[in-house]
Design a protein around this ligand. Structure first.
Ligand code: HEM
Length: 297
C-alpha cells in the first residue's frame, strides 16, 4: 500500500497548501491593514516585505521611496512594520507631538550584544530602567564629581602650549612675539584664594554654584578657553559622564582587600596628558541591577 504522503495527489495538495497559504495570509493581512489606513508605501512581498527595495545605503533608498510615496511612508522589513518620516513636519510629529508614543527602542540584536542585553541607556526600552539610567546620567552630583575631578586632576595640566603672534603687554609686562605661552590650570585648580580647602576632593562645592568647564569660569579650565579652546569638550564631557554613570549604575565598587580610601595614591604622572601615577584598581562588589541585565544570553 502507498504511504498517504507519497501518493502523487496527496503530495500535490500538500505542496499547494505550502505554496498558497502564505499568499492567502498575505492578502488577508493587506485587507486588514487597509481598514487601518496605514501610511502609503510600496506593496510588500511575502516574507521579505520591502527589503528588496532597500539598497546598501538605506537612507538613500528610503529617500527615493519618500519622493514617490510622500514624507510619511509605511514599509515592511521582513515581517516587521516600519514607518519612515522624511520631512521636518513629520519629524516634529514623530519626535515631539507623539514623543511619548515613540519613546522606546526596538529590541535589535545589535543592542542586545553591544550593550549587554539592552542595558545601555541608548538601547534600553522605555520604562523604569531607562528612566533611572537617564536620571543618573543627568544627575547634578555626577556633574559635580566630574568637575571636582577635573579641578584636581586636569587631563592637560598646562593646556596645550600657545605662542604669541605679536609683541604685547599683559598686566603691565611686555611679552615678545614668538614667546611660548602656557597656562597652568592645575595650579589654578588648587589656588586657595579661589577654592576652600583646595586639596580636598569635595564635589559638593559645585552643587548650586554656576561654575562650569566651558571656558567662561577662569578658575576651572580643563578644556582651556578662547579661540583655541577644545572644540570636543561637549563630546569629552558626555563620554566621561556617561562612562562614570554606567559604572556607578551597574555596580557597587570597593577597593581590593583591606585597602582604605586614605591608602590610595592620588599622584599624577606628568605628560601632555596627565594619567594617574599608579593605575586605579577597584573591584565591583555587588551588581545593583536585576541579574538578567548582566548576561548576553
Ligand atoms: C575629557 C576630554 C577632553 C579634554 C579634557 C580636552 C582638553 C583639551 C585642552 C585643554 C585643549 C587645549 C585648549 C587650549 O589651548 O585652550 C584641547 C584642544 C583640543 N581638543 Fe580637546 N579635550 C578633550 C576631548 C576632546 C575631543 C573628544 C576632541 C575631538 C572630538 C578634542 C579635540 C581637540 C582639538 C582639535 C584641540 C585643538 C584646538 C585648537 O588648537 O584650536 N578634544 N583639548
Amino acid at each position: 500500500m502507498e504511504h498517504p504522503m507519497t501518493s502523487p495527489s496527496n503530495s500535490a495538495i500538500f505542496y499547494s497548501i505550502l505554496f498558497f497559504l502564505p499568499i492567502v495570509l498575505f492578502l488577508f493581512r493587506r485587507q486588514f491593514s487597509r481598514k487601518l489606513n496605514l501610511p502609503p508605501g510600496p506593496t510588500p512581498w511575502p516574507f521579505i516585505g520591502n527589503l528588496n527595495l532597500i539598497g546598501p545605503l538605506p537612507h538613500v533608498s528610503m529617500h527615493s521611496l519618500a519622493q514617490k510615496y510622500g514624507p510619511l511612508i509605511h514599509l515592511k522589513f521582513g515581517l516587521s512594520p516600519v514607518v519612515v518620516g522624511s520631512s521636518a513636519e513629520v519629524a516634529e510629529l514623530l519626535l515631539k507631538t507623539h514623543d511619548i508614543s515613540f519613546a522606546s527602542r526596538p529590541a535589535l540584536l545589535a543592542g542586545k550584544y553591544t550593550t549587554y542585553n539592552y542595558s545601555g541607556m541608548a538601547t534600553a526600552p522605555y520604562g523604569p530602567y531607562w528612566r533611572q539610567a537617564r536620571k543618573i546620567c543627568l544627575m547634578e552630583l555626577l556633574k559635580a564629581i566630574v568637575k571636582e575631578t577635573m579641578r584636581l586632576h586636569p587631563v592637560a595640566p598646562l593646556l596645550l602650549p600657545r605662542v604669541s603672534r605679536d609683541d604685547c603687554r599683559v598686566a603691565g609686562y611686555d611679552i615678545l612675539r614668538n614667546t611660548r605661552v602656557v597656562v597652568n590650570v592645575w595650579a589654578i585648580g588648587r589656588d586657595p584664594t579661589m577654592w576652600e580647602k583646595p586639596n580636598e576632593f569635595r564635589p559638593h562645592r559645585f552643587i548650586g554654584k554656576n561654575i562650569d568647564v566651558k571656558g567662561h569660569d577662569f578658575q576651572l579650565l580643563p578644556f582651556g578657553s578662547g579661540r583655541r579652546m577644545c572644540p570636543g569638550y561637549g563630546l569629552g564631557l558626555k563620554v566621561v559622564q556617561s562612562t562614570l554613570a554606567n559604572l556607578l549604575h551597574g555596580f557597587e565598587w570597593k577597593l581590593p582587600g583591606d585597602m582604605k580610601s586614605e591608602d590610595l595614591d592620588m599622584d599624577d604622572r606628568f605628560g601632555l596628558t596627565m594619567p594617574r601615577k599608579i593605575p586605579l584598581l577597584i573591584v565591583p562588589s555587588k551588581p545593583r541591577l536585576s541579574h538578567h541585565l548582566y548576561s548576553c544570553e
